[in-house]
Design a protein around this ligand. Structure first.
Ligand code: ZN
Length: 406
């Protein structure tokens, strides 16, 4: 059991205040801080601070996989940590994206290897052969687009917009208000020639302004989001695609699980994110990064989806698990106050390594006669052989997350 320092990632969409404030550092930060990675990803491993000095978690795991991960994890996933835990702060919208299934990832990785595109090339889609299920848990209110909305409701949105340029597309979806109709409409929008896009898009944005100006009504967050995306990414087909997706706002503590093929874009907010240790992202727009529409179309799931929001509740002082079908990870939340004693961080059924991430207050982890203090924004690494610590806090309230193998 040792302190684990996250690896900071600076992307343009990050925040100069959210992560800095969370970690008790001066704001604004010199660069936009987008993500803090707590894991053993070769791209940016976290740093383990032990009595013997600082070491990369990747090196520590590599030098003793069975001791750190446990034999069950190594047998199932090989000698690597199967999940990556992050703190994420989005000030601006992120790209429109989806992740492949295991079969799609294995096939795509082999295919790109065969064509000789370097794994670190910027035009490479498949950086590894793994799927990438992910779960985001809001720390502040968190806005996102995720999954295709029920087409009947989307047709109501089109009617509400009353934009003549949308009429042919509205008819197209009305003729087939199901996953096939969504596939056809999304495909035609995302492949629309720029000339056509430059006609439809300004009309849609104008329609949003008019609809919002007509007073309080339906679809306000949806229309505002389309307008905002239109400002950030002028002339981008992804702005039209946003009309088809569920517009979701998570309240703090709520989670959103993104299965393979789910088209999504994070819009704004601070969150904990956990995912299988993979880099496989297919982008469809709203980004200056590599976009591969044909490949995105291969992996997308067009089945309409209710907003897949997770809001688990449990007994106070025990870990509350966010249930997902992902085998690579399990994550649980623990809330406690200064008067709580004997609170365990043990997640039922877990035998692997754990990362304890503190997002509110300062906590003491007590195990094996040792006490480790973890401050807000910090984390601790527990190998498979470390016992589950008991947790207390001197802060009025504290919140922490326990991430482990599923
Ligand atoms: Zn994603």
């Amino acid at each position: 059991m040792d302190l684990l320092d996250g690896a900071a990632r600076s992307y343009a969409w990050g925040s100069r205040t959210a992560l800095a404030a969370l970690r008790g550092r001066p704001t604004p930060s010199p660069h936009p801080e987008a993500e803090l990675w707590f894991g053993a990803h070769p791209g940016d491993p976290a740093t383990l601070r032990s009595e013997t000095g600082d070491a990369s978690l990747l090196d520590v795991v590599d030098s003793d996989p069975v001791g750190q991960l446990g034999s069950a994890t190594v047998d199932k996933y090989g000698a690597r940590l199967p999940f990556l835990l992050k703190l994420l702060a989005a000030e601006e919208p992120l790209s429109l994206q989806a992740h492949p299934s295991s079969a799609q990832a294995a096939e795509g990785f082999a295919r790109e290897n065969a064509t000789g595109v370097a794994v670190d090339s910027s035009v490479r889609n498949y950086k590894d052969s793994s799927h990438k299920p992910e779960l985001v848990i809001a720390l502040t209110r968190f806005d996102a687009l995720a999954g295709f909305r029920d087409p009947k409701r989307t047709l109501e949105l089109f009617d509400h917009l009353a934009v003549p340029e949308l009429a042919p597309y509205s008819e197209m979806l009305a003729a087939q208000p199901d996953s096939s109709g969504l596939r056809a409409l999304f495909t035609s929008w995302i492949t629309l020639p720029q000339r056509a896009l430059d006609v439809v898009l300004p009309s849609v944005l104008e329609g949003c302004v008019v609809a919002l100006g007509s007073g309080p009504g339906d679809f306000v967050p949806e229309l505002r989001t389309v307008l905002e995306l239109g400002e950030f990414y002028p002339g981008d087909g992804g702005v039209l695609a946003a009309l088809l997706l569920n517009r979701i706002t998570l309240e703090p503590g709520q989670g959103l699980y993104l299965a393979a093929g789910n088209l999504h874009a994070y819009l704004r907010g601070t969150a904990v994110e956990i995912m299988a240790n993979s880099d496989n992202v297919l982008r469809g727009g709203l980004t200056p990064k590599h976009v591969d529409v044909p490949e995105l179309l291969r992996v997308l799931d067009f089945e309409p989806l209710d907003a897949p929001v997770l809001d688990p509740e449990g007994e106070r002082g025990t870990p509350v698990v966010y249930p997902t079908p992902a085998p690579e990870f399990t994550i649980a939340r623990v809330d406690l106050t200064s008067s709580d004693t004997g609170i365990t961080t043990a997640v039922a059924g877990s035998t692997g390594p754990r990362i304890v991430l503190v997002t509110e207050g300062d906590v003491d982890l007590v195990a094996g006669g040792r006490t480790l203090t973890v401050h807000r924004g910090g984390a601790a690494w527990l190998s498979a052989t470390d016992p589950d610590p008991v947790v207390t806090t001197a802060s009025e309230t504290a919140r922490l997350f326990v991430a482990t193998v599923g």
